[in-house]
Ligand binder design. Structure first.
Ligand code: ARG
Length: 399
C-alpha cells in the first residue's frame, strides 16, 4: 500500500521542498493542508496551487479564522493566558488547531503519516506531535527539517534541483510566525540579546513613541467572552480583529523577551499582540469586579498553569480539560463592560460596570451612605492576628 503523507503546509520554502522530498522518502503521495489562521500575506488559493505545482496529489486550504478565534483565542482570553506573565501564546494556540485539521485530512484522504516543517530546537514540533498523538495515536510523524538535518542552503538547493516554483531570492532574515492572536519574530540580529529591536520588525503595531491622539474603546463581555465593541455586536473573530486594529494603531502589545522553551534552551523573541493584550487587560479587570475573592485568587494559579500547559504542547490533555472546566465555572458572572483608553503603547482600564458586580458602593464608600459596620472589624482583626501573636510570644519566651 502506498503511504499517504498529510503535510502541514505554509506555502514557504521548507514545506514546499518537503513535498517532493517526502514523496521520495516514503515512496508515497503527499496531501498538503494549509490553514488561514489570520496570518494575512499570500492569497490562500495561490498557496493551494503552489502545493499542487510542487507535486502534492491533494491540496486543501481551510479558512479557520472563526474557529481559531472562538475555540483557541477566546479560551486563552478566559484564562488571561500569558506565558511567563507576558507572552500571549500566539504560536502555541494555532498548533492544536492545525493538528485538528491534519488529523481530519488524514482520516478523509487515508493518510498514514503526518509531516510538519519544524526544526528539532523549538516548541512547535512538540505541540504538533503531542497533539497528533493525543487525537490519532496510530499516525506516524516525519519532520524532514529535523529528521534529515536540513539547512537553508540545502532546502534552496533541493528547490532548484527539483525546479520548484518558489522564489528563494528574497527571504526574510527572521523567523516569523503570525496569526490573528499576534506575531512572533526571532533569529537574525535578535539572537544577540543585547541588540535592540528595530522598527522594521513590527507589522501589527505602530510605533508607540510617535505622537497621536488617544483612542477610547468599550468592550462588552458575556460570561468571559467579548460580544460587543463600542456597543456593536461582534463575533469572536471580529472582536480580536477590531482590537488588533485599534490597539495596534496605538502601539500596544509589543514585547521583547527571553523565554524558557520546553526543549530547555532560553530564546529571545519579539512579539506584538495588540488585540490580545488589550482584551486580556479588559477581561482581567472585569474578573476583578465580578469574581469572588477566593475564586479569583485561586484562578490566578490556574491561569498560569493553563498557559504553561498550552505553551508546553498539552492542549489535548486531561489536566488542560480539567482546568477548562474550572475556568468555565468561574466565568458565569464575568458579564459587563470595560472601558479602555488606548494610548502610547498601553491599554489602560478607565471604567467598568456590570449587573453581576460584587463591588458595592455602600460597602466601599467613605462618604454618607456607608453600609459597612466598622464595629465588626475590631474583633475580626484581633482573631485574624491571633496565630501570629501567639507564635511571636512563644518565640520570645524560648529566645
Ligand atoms: N517562541 C514562541 C512559541 O514557542 C514562538 C514560536 C514561533 N516563532 C517564530 N518566530 N517562528 O510559542
Amino acid at each position: 500500500m502506498t503511504e499517504r503523507v498529510v503535510l502541514a503546509y505554509s506555502g514557504g520554502l521548507d514545506t514546499s521542498v518537503a513535498i517532493p522530498y517526502l514523496a521520495e522518502q516514503v515512496g508515497g503521495e503527499v496531501i498538503a493542508v494549509a490553514l488561514d489562521v489570520g496570518q494575512g500575506g499570500e492569497d490562500m488559493e495561490v498557496i493551494r496551487q503552489r502545493a499542487l505545482d510542487c507535486g502534492a496529489v491533494e491540496s486543501v486550504v481551510v479558512d479557520a479564522k472563526d474557529e481559531f478565534a472562538a475555540d483557541f483565542c477566546l479560551p486563552a482570553l478566559r484564562a488571561n493566558a500569558l506565558y511567563m506573565d507576558r507572552y500571549p501564546l500566539v504560536s502555541a494556540l494555532s498548533r492544536p488547531l492545525i493538528v485538528r485539521h491534519l488529523v481530519e485530512a488524514a482520516q478523509r484522504y487515508g493518510g498514514t503519516v503526518v509531516s510538519h516543517g519544524c526544526t528539532g530546537k523549538g516548541n512547535d514540533q512538540v505541540r504538533f506531535e503531542v497533539g497528533i498523538g493525543a487525537l490519532a495515536p496510530g499516525l506516524k510523524v516525519i519532520a524532514p527539517a529535523r529528521d534529515f538535518a536540513w539547512t537553508r542552503d540545502k532546502a534552496i538547493a533541493l528547490a532548484e534541483e527539483k525546479g520548484l516554483p518558489i522564489d528563494v531570492s528574497h527571504r526574510s532574515p527572521y523567523s516569523i510566525d503570525q496569526n490573528l492572536w499576534g506575531r512572533a519574530v526571532e533569529t537574525g540580529f535578535l539572537e544577540d540579546i543585547w541588540n535592540s529591536p528595530i522598527e522594521e520588525l513590527y507589522s501589527y503595531t505602530a510605533n508607540p513613541a510617535e505622537p497621536r491622539d488617544a483612542d477610547e474603546v468599550t468592550i462588552t463581555f458575556d460570561q468571559g467572552d467579548p460580544v460587543a465593541v463600542d456597543g456593536e455586536t461582534v463575533t469572536p473573530l471580529e472582536a480580536v480583529a477590531e482590537l488588533n486594529r485599534r490597539a495596534g494603531a496605538q502601539g500596544i502589545g509589543r514585547l521583547d523577551m527571553v523565554e524558557d522553551r520546553l526543549v530547555g534552551i532560553k530564546s529571545r523573541e519579539v512579539y506584538e499582540a495588540p488585540g490580545a493584550i488589550a482584551l486580556i487587560a479588559a477581561h482581567q479587570e472585569l474578573e476583578n469586579v465580578t469574581v469572588e475573592r477566593d475564586v479569583a485568587r485561586f484562578k490566578r494559579s490556574v491561569d498560569q498553569r493553563w498557559g504553561e500547559l498550552v505553551y508546553d504542547g498539552l492542549w489535548f490533555s486531561p489536566l488542560k480539560d480539567a482546568l477548562d472546566a474550572f475556568i468555565a465555572d468561574t466565568q458565569k458572572y464575568v458579564t459587563g463592560e470595560v472601558r479602555l483608553t488606548l494610548h502610547g503603547g498601553r491599554a489602560v482600564v478607565t471604567g467598568r460596570r456590570s449587573e453581576a458586580s460584587l463591588y458595592d458602593f455602600g460597602m466601599a464608600t467613605y462618604d454618607t451612605g456607608d453600609t459597612f459596620d466598622q464595629s465588626l472589624a475590631k474583633g475580626f482583626v484581633q482573631l485574624w492576628g491571633l496565630p501570629s501573636r501567639m507564635a511571636s510570644a512563644r518565640n520570645k519566651r524560648l529566645g
